[in-house]
Design a protein around this ligand. Sequence first.
Ligand code: BG6
Length: 510
Amino acid sequence: MDQATAKPAQPAPCAIVIFGAGGDLTERLLLPALYNLERQGLLPEKLAIIGVAVSDRTTESWIQETDDFFKQMISSPDSEFQAKSIDETAWGRLQSTMSYFRGDISDPSTYKVLGETIDAFDKKFSLNGNVLFYLALPEKFFGPTVDHLATAGLLKQSGKFWRRVVIEKPFGHDDASAKALNADILKSLQETQIYRIDHFLGKETVQNIMALRFGNGMFEPLWNRDHIDHVQITVSETVGVESRGSFYEPTGALRDMVPNHLFQLVAMTAMEAPASFEAEAVRSRKVDAITAMRPIPPEDAVRGQYTAGKIGTKEIVGYRQSEDVSPTSTTETYVALKIHIDNWRWAGVPFYLRTGKCMTNRSTEIAIRFKDAPLALFPRAAADQAAENWMVLEIQPKEGIKINFNAKLPGMQMILAGVEFSFNYGDFFKQIPAVGYESLLYGALTGDPTLFQRADQVEAAWAAVQPVLDAWGKKTDSIPFYEAGATGPAEADQLLQRDDRHWRPLVGDV
Ligand code: BG6
């Protein structure tokens, strides 16, 4: 099928200053995303990319490192890059905009020299004073870096030029720290200057949830408590903690995945239709959905930790045996929750959420279970052949939508059997190579905050999970275990069995 017609507008000239230029996020996602935007002609015509980090590098060595990394990504079958070869023209153009700035971000003098550097590039390339600061840094540096930028006068904007700051999750680690972080950065920035990234919103399939719901007339009339029995949202990963033990130990699956990534999926599924596709209209409806979420009682939350096991043919070491992890750790690598959204659309419809590392399969999906027909008129072929009515939004790695329903089994009798409609993105659309940050960077460059989180959404999300954080913070004794390669702890099954329901089987790539 032909792709969209009108080409999106090219962003205005600007400098992009990346703090944490030597880090994994910059190398693996930001630079590849900028390269992909360049290939599509969606970077500003006049641009300077200034990478800031403390390590000794030169512009040449930074470019060389990036070049090596691009080549390595291309040859690696499971990289996010999705390109088969490098478009040398686009990469050459991107290289010509890159320069490396060595500086210690906790030293105020860094910002003075950085300011002079930005001014010099601004004059040289006619950037009109516009600057996007991207904080690809650990959470503890967000507040101080914004303070330093403000003190150096680098965040002041006028009607003629803009200054924007992009920060990446985690936005705090609980209710209080999220509020404190927002209050801190809002001392120096207006809310409209802040772009809080949750990379799940960069996924096409996540953005498609709104297209499905509000771009069609046929689903929305059914999308409520009258027709929906419950919703299951699964983000199951086969990766483990890998080398991230020091980050993961104090974080755990709940903080790492729930108030951010899983709640984005909840918000997209549960939100009311916005009055327009204008950013604030969309963001306000998402905030409404999260605000309507009942604070989660600890009895509706289950945690688990993986032990040694096997995924496919791969032997996995247990979480407690991983690098930088305590041998007596009670950090959860799995969480399952039951959530209530107390509004007219969803009252009485539970949302069950689960996410875990080292699970059987990699699969992210939103599954809507519709209510059964009010009366069973027809016999079923066999219990396992009859379908429950599900609509499954497949987010990754499969990208599509499935609907399960009943049809007549061929033959003389009127007997039902379950069948499936399915739509796969790849069958209809040519995929544009993407690492998932392209639309987010493009949004920040063009000043469109639709895909970014407002302060009130972040705070509402932490408020909903805070009772569980409090309860788990107190308990230091034991944690349910599940073997790596399993579907989670038995307690998670009981969470649904209590309500006479069951989790959908986990299917997907190993
Ligand atoms: C990150 C988490 O934010 O999201 C990781 O810190 C997690 O622990 C990752 O693995 C999942 O993102 P994706 O895009 O790979 O599904």
